[in-house]
Design a protein around this ligand. Structure first.
Ligand code: M6R
Length: 560
């Protein structure tokens, strides 16, 4: 994922920009860069190495100034290479670089804009969609950067958060957001911009969360925001400055080798924190308005992406079986663009660790535009756009998730969704007192149950070693464990770059079994439930074809 940091100050801001990038580095990136306004010129340094090396590079090259922007890039348009790394420059009529710009998101009409700008004589040095914005701002620049960015924003289609500055206006950075998060940091006589408040931890805790369509003007010790109106024009707006104790997270690796390992081991604590204060099952767990919002709902629509959609898919099994509510789970990036049949008595539930995922936010808006106004989010960031946009919220207490792979966020989402299921079941008269007490007892037992699973790390490491030479893997599950298999396959792909697919085990014989041979590890999620016997038959099918089974059950079975 990409990250943005920007600043306007009297002091040298390069250390702040670099530190901000380090705090965003965990999300994964393939190149990084910083640009400043120095000695009346635009200067930049870019790298495909770690941010620490960019820092050395900047210091060796003497890059230092009070105004600048920085970026970590995850390639979408153009290969990971220095010439595609941000910041991008656009050169003015005199052949001198005039505009520097960084961008998160994707510009959908970049081809059309590129052709238009090339026809006007702009020369492109990268394959990125971002460079198009830099040239567009330059083309529209007429002595006022803020005005140029406002006019450029009207031409952009897609999602973006940008930070831009101009050679002709030394103490000014302009930011804009549409579909990608961007926050303003208000310091003492200095102003900052970042794609995540965490990048500004230790610099300022005074944060303004910009809204969709906002454009912000950062100058020394002052800022100015305009909001987009329905007709595309912009009007000045005051946005609340919040005190946000953003957690840098970076200093606290403790005894762990990396953040993902740390976060896996934080699950018992995260689950216990999420359950803290839950003494009984009641609507107020989800907000003061919950009784009114939940009243009379006849179905649930879950909107989410990636891991969050898999926790949603697990909840579908619970919501239908326990609360008796028909539940649909939609991948947000699909739902937002398709025609569906709305029902105003639907409870729309968004699930998001970050609370800033553009597709999920857009899907929520789409649902609301279709007349579905009852909205709840299960989210890990209390200050996020998702929480602000929904009527109700349940904040999971996973703590900062630094690792790019969702781990403790997934398990805490499941806890929240199970509480939601119990709450809706109770409101619908489907949860007897004894059932409520037993469910709460079981939930309280969860942290220690997870702890005992974590004690299996040595066996899991042995499995991981066996996976190292593999090219592909299959994950199987049945019923509510099928989404867990999906999540396992996603984790393997994302972290190990080993191709993995998940199937409901009963589907195996309808095609994918053809892939199974001695080279194919097959991981099965096989808890001792009422589908175990069926799953055993599926495992026999795998063995018959010589496949190598890895079975997780109550405890872990040896390889068979
Ligand atoms: O912040 P969100 O939960 O909305 O993010 C959605 C997905 O991008 C995310 O769950 C992603 O799939 C995981 N990080 C993968 O491990």
């Amino acid at each position: 994922m990409c990250g943005i940091v920007g600043a306007v100050s009297h002091r040298d801001i390069v250390p702040i920009l670099v530190e901000g990038l380090k705090r965003l580095e965990y999300r994964g990136y393939d190149s990084c860069g910083v640009a400043v306004h120095q000695g009346g010129e635009l200067r930049r340094t870019r790298s495909t190495a770690r941010v620490a090396e960019l820092e050395t590079q900047a210091s060796t090259e003497g890059v230092a100034a009070g105004t600048g922007i920085a970026h970590t890039r995850w390639a979408t348009h153009g290969a990971p290479a220095v010439h595609n790394a941000h910041p991008h420059f656009s050169t003015g009529p005199n052949g001198v670089a005039r505009i520097a710009l960084v961008h998160n998101g994707i510009i959908e009409n970049h081809d059309e804009l590129r052709a238009e700008l090339q026809a006007k004589g702009f020369r492109f040095e990268s394959q990125t969609d971002t460079e198009v914005i830099a040239h567009l701002v330059n083309h529209l620049y007429d002595g006022d950067l803020f005005d140029a960015v406002q006019r450029a924003a009207q031409r952009l289609k897609g999602a973006y958060a940008i930070a831009v500055f101009c050679r002709d206006e030394p103490q000014r950075v302009v930011g804009a957001r549409e579909g990608s998060p961007l926050v303003l940091g208000v310091g003492q006589g200095e102003t900052f911009l970042a794609s995540d408040a965490m990048a500004l931890a230790g610099v300022t805790d005074q944060i303004v969360y910009l809204d969709e369509g906002d454009i912000v003007d950062l100058q020394l010790g002052k800022h100015w925001i305009v909001a987009r109106q329905g007709d595309g024009s912009h009007r000045p707006v005051q946005r609340e400055v919040r005190t946000v104790h953003a957690h840098s997270g970076a200093a606290e690796l403790g005894p762990y080798r990396h953040y993902m390992q740390k976060e896996i081991f934080e699950q018992p604590r995260a689950i216990a924190d999420t359950l803290d204060g839950v003494t009984d099952i009641q609507p107020s767990l989800f907000g003061d308005e919950a009784v009114r919002v939940f009243d009379g709902i006849d179905r649930v629509l879950i909107l989410a992406c990636g891991t969050s959609s898999y926790s949603g898919l697990t909840a579908k099994y619970w919501l239908e079986a326990i609360a008796g509510l028909p539940t649909a789970v939609e991948i947000a990036s699909e739902y937002r663009y398709r025609e569906s049949v709305p029902d105003p008595r639907t409870l729309v539930v968004t699930i998001s660790q970050s609370g800033e995922t553009a597709d999920t936010l857009a899907a929520l808006k789409h649902a609301r535009a279709q007349g579905m106004q009852r909205t709840l989010t299960i989210c890990n960031v209390a200050t996020s756009a998702m929480v602000r946009e929904c009527q109700l919220a349940f904040i999971t207490r996973a703590g900062v998730e630094i690792g790019v792979a969702s781990t403790k966020a997934f398990t805490t989402q499941l806890v929240a969704l199970f509480l939601l299921t119990l709450t809706l079941a109770k409101l619908r008269g489907r949860l007897p007192e004894t059932g409520e007490a037993a469910a709460l007892r079981n939930l309280r037992h969860l942290p220690s149950a997870v702890q005992s699973v974590l004690a299996l790390e040595p066996q899991i490491i042995a499995w991981a070693e066996a996976f190292v030479p593999k090219q592909h893997a299959l994950f199987l599950g049945r019923g509510r464990h099928y989404p867990v298999a999906l999540e396992g396959a996603l984790k393997l792909k994302e972290i190990s770059y080993i191709h993995a697919e998940a199937y409901p085990a009963g589907e195996l014989k309808h095609g994918p079994l053809a892939l199974v041979d001695a080279a194919m590890p097959v991981v099965t999620v096989a808890p001792a439930d009422d589908l175990l016997e069926k799953l055993k038959s599926n495992m026999q099918e795998v063995r018959a074809r010589g496949g190598e089974l890895y079975v997780t059950s109550r405890g872990i079975w040896p390889r068979v």
